[in-house]
Design a protein around this ligand. Structure first.
Ligand SMILES: *Cc1c(COP(=O)(O)O)cnc(C)c1O
Length: 424
């Protein structure tokens, strides 16, 4: 399906019914699958056949969603996971074990920061955080023979920084190390990291892919453009897997990363997506291109409005000409920069709370990136344990408000912001 444009892939990719079958994937709510023939089942276990045998490893509804996201990202295979966090965990375990390290942007989702900074180190996997805007030489210094992946977010949540793909792709190519990109906030509607040198793409599909705040999920896309064969950094891909009859993953003709991820990590850790969530995420993707265009045009209008408002101190959104990431966004996200922004109110924590409580249409939520607009004030919620100084250090000043712009009419959203600001 690669010859089609993205909006076509959104509605057509991932599932093709045979005569008389349901037009959209049915929810295959079965843990297991029937076999009358021992050899046919043995072939499944040996990875000689792609038929389904147990839903912890693969399921037809999940496969439809995986196929759709793989097509949208231009990948060769995808693995659907229970959540974005499980996708990131499974991707890390596919490449890294005790003694290895990951080089990661410090501007990443809070859950990822904790996973890499606290939980993986307990298992002997070290994480080296970097300023994504640091010069290449500084980032290269952190890569050694034990570095198994470099990890960045296209548009960082919640910092709203835009990654310089050319810089990271050059670093990774030179070192022969995987570039993994969390593309959750950009989505393939605005950025396909493969075109800029990424090897693995990850999503929290709980956000824009589902798009309706209906289903938790995550997905790992194998872009099929990394040569593991003979690369000494990836010995676990080049030596026989004794838990899989001596299979050498690097020898597989395609989908090396996705196969190892599924055969080892999904098998051993579970955390696969449920058929129900795969179904919801699959139909969510049908409208991804339409929704993203609206999210981005609404967000650009609101960013302009807030930027000109006398009660607003600053606005962070890459469409704005004075934004630090404007040039990178023009280069990598020319068609839109998503629906997430942050801004600072001229005022303290109490005034931020007053503003938030005055909103009538836009609601307070921990979630982001679905059809309904929502706000969060980190200093009084997610980051409330931090002092004023620590908040500044974490890049979330006490007056920062995060706004996830939905697909409502932009005039209604601006009117709601206007009346709430007028009360301050
Ligand atoms: C939400 C989010 C995650 C985690 O996803 P869950 O589905 O909540 O587990 C990871 N990365 C980014 C960028 C996110 O926004």
């Amino acid at each position: 399906m690669k010859e089609y444009k993205l909006d076509t892939l959104c509605v057509q990719a991932g599932y093709k019914p045979k005569t008389g079958e349901s037009r959209i994937p049915s929810i295959c709510q079965s843990t297991t699958f029937f076999y009358g023939d021992t050899q046919a089942m043995a072939d499944c276990f040996d990875l000689k056949s792609n038929d389904y045998f147990y839903s912890r490893l693969a399921n037809p509804t999940v496969a439809a969603f995986e196929g759709k996201v793989a097509a949208l990202e231009g990948g060769v295979a995808a693995v659907g996971c229970a959540s974005g966090m499980s996708a990131i965990t499974l991707a890390a375990f596919t490449v890294a074990g005790a003694g290895d390290n990951i080089v990661c942007s410090q501007e990443v989702y809070g859950g990822t920061y904790n996973l890499f900074g606290v939980t993986l180190p307990k298992l002997g996997i070290e994480c080296r955080f970097i300023d994504p805007d640091a010069p290449a030489e500084e980032i290269e210094k952190l890569i050694d023979g034990k570095t198994k992946m470099v990890y960045v977010e296209t548009i960082a949540n919640p910092a709203i920084t835009v990654v310089d793909f050319d810089k990271f792709a050059a670093i990774c190519r030179k070192a022969g190390v995987l570039l993994a990109v969390d593309n959750t906030l950009a989505t393939p509607a605005f950025c396909r990291p493969k075109e800029f040198g990424a090897n693995i793409v990850l999503h929290s599909s709980s956000k824009y892919l589902d798009g309706h705040a209906a289903a938790l999920g995550g997905v790992i896309v194998d872009l099929g453009n990394f040569d593991f064969k003979g690369n000494p950094r990836y010995e676990s891909f080049n030596t026989p897997d004794e838990s899989y009859h001596g299979l050498v993953y690097a020898d597989l003709p395609s989908a090396v990363f996705a196969t190892k991820c599924r055969a080892q990590m999904i098998r051993d850790l579970g955390a696969i997506m449920s058929p129900q969530n795969a179904f919801l995420s699959y139909i969510g993707c049908d409208t991804l291109a339409l929704r993203m265009a609206k999210h981005a045009s609404n967000a650009a209008k609101i960013a302009e409005y807030l930027n000109a408002h006398p009660k607003i101190e600053w606005v962070r959104y890459p469409s704005l000409k004075d934004n630090k990431y404007h040039a990178l966004a023009q280069k990598y996200l020319p068609d839109g920069q998503g629906g997430m922004m942050s801004f600072g109110i001229k005022g303290d924590v109490a005034q931020c709370a007053e503003f938030m409580e005055s909103l009538q249409l836009i609601t307070q939520e921990t979630h982001v990136a679905d059809v309904r607009s929502c706000v969060l004030h980190p200093a009084s919620t997610t980051h409330r344990q931090l002092s004023k100084a620590d908040l500044e250090k974490a890049g979330v000043p006490e007056n920062l408000i995060r706004l996830s712009v939905g697909i409502e009419n932009p005039d209604d959203l601006i009117a709601d912001l206007e009346q709430a600001l007028a009360k301050l």
